[in-house]
Design a protein around this ligand. Structure first.
Ligand SMILES: *Cc1c(COP(=O)(O)O)cnc(C)c1O
Length: 296
């Protein structure tokens, strides 16, 4: 792996989190404008394993994983196919436009059919099963978790007592849990509402001795996946004003908000040292109405 630590630096957040506890942020968002943050880590072992095959993966019209996969495949000279949830829109989202720009061949799958994660039959009119290398939705899987372990190797992260990240599929949190030291608490903030099976899904990626070595805070989903309210937007703008760090409304803003709340209600104590992982994903903000955020 190339040396990414100067890019993915750790910065203090004392200008925002005005508490005694140390709160720092690991800026994975600086890694790459498109293959941002955690997606790059989750994809790297899959890409290396694809062995010249065409990469196929699944995602929604605003999926960070789709655009990251398209960009990563393009960068490695691999072809890519995206199976997108829902009917083909008349106007493509910025995410889909960008994925297409990276050469991703897009196939649309009805919401019903998409649920089963079956490759739509028309994909096989253009590709044989043998030439496809399938990456699960969101990069969920052992290879994704292995890649995410490296997130903690970029910098000296030993001094932190708490490692905190947003949770979608939980692959990133599994990687953090696998890589964390015994003295470190790993906290995940699920962005899906009432996603209680996520705990098992994370444990499935972990060796027995690492299982259950994480905690999930289920109260910060703001209504569910890609839902938000004025309070969250206000938080994002306020956070940017004080730190100059942009967040995305689907993932990082919810995790960063959770930390604020946990500090405020005393769940995190004065002597704790928190490392918040900025998992990137800023392109997701393109789906917000213009002018919602003070940063672009
Ligand atoms: C995909 C994503 C996540 C969730 O990662 P999982 O490994 O699926 O839990 C968190 N933050 C951002 C910005 C993402 O794009």
């Amino acid at each position: 792996m190339t040396n990414l630590s100067p890019i993915c630096r750790i910065e203090p957040l004392s200008s925002f989190y005005d508490f005694r506890a140390t709160v720092d942020v690991l800026r994975l968002d600086l890694l790459h404008p498109v293959v941002s943050g955690n997606k790059w880590f989750k994809l790297k072992h899959y890409i290396a394993d694809a062995n010249k095959k065409t990469i196929l993966t699944f995602g929604g019209a605003y999926s960070n994983h789709i655009v990251a996969t398209a960009a990563a495949a393009h960068q490695h000279g691999l072809q890519s196919v995206g199976v997108i949830r829902g009917e083909e829109p008349i106007v493509y989202s910025p995410t889909l436009t960008q994925a297409k720009g990276y050469g991703m061949n897009l196939f649309f799958s009805s919401r019903e059919a998409y649920k089963s994660k079956i490759i739509p039959p028309n994909v096989y009119r253009q590709y044989s099963a043998e030439e496809l290398y399938v990456i699960p939705e969101g990069g969920y899987g052992f290879k994704g978790m292995q890649g995410a372990k490296d997130i903690l190797l970029l910098n000296d992260t030993q001094k932190y007592t708490h490692l905190i990240s947003a949770v979608g599929t939980g692959t990133t949190l599994a990687g953090l849990t696998a890589a964390a030291d015994v003295h470190q608490q790993v906290i995940g903030v699920p962005v899906l509402k009432n996603n209680f099976s996520i705990s098992d899904e994370i444990n499935d990626l972990l060796q027995a001795e690492k299982r259950h070595r994480f905690q999930l805070m289920h109260d910060y989903h703001f209504g569910g996946y890609a839902r938000y309210n004025q309070e969250l937007i206000q938080f994002m703008n306020d956070f940017f004003e004080k730190t100059s760090i942009p967040t995305d409304f689907v993932y990082t803003a919810k995790a960063f908000y959770a930390v604020y709340d946990l500090l405020k209600n005393g769940a995190i104590s004065d002597t704790d040292k928190i490392l918040l992982v900025h998992t990137g994903g800023l392109q997701g903000n393109c789906s917000l109405p213009n002018g919602t955020l003070i940063f672009g």
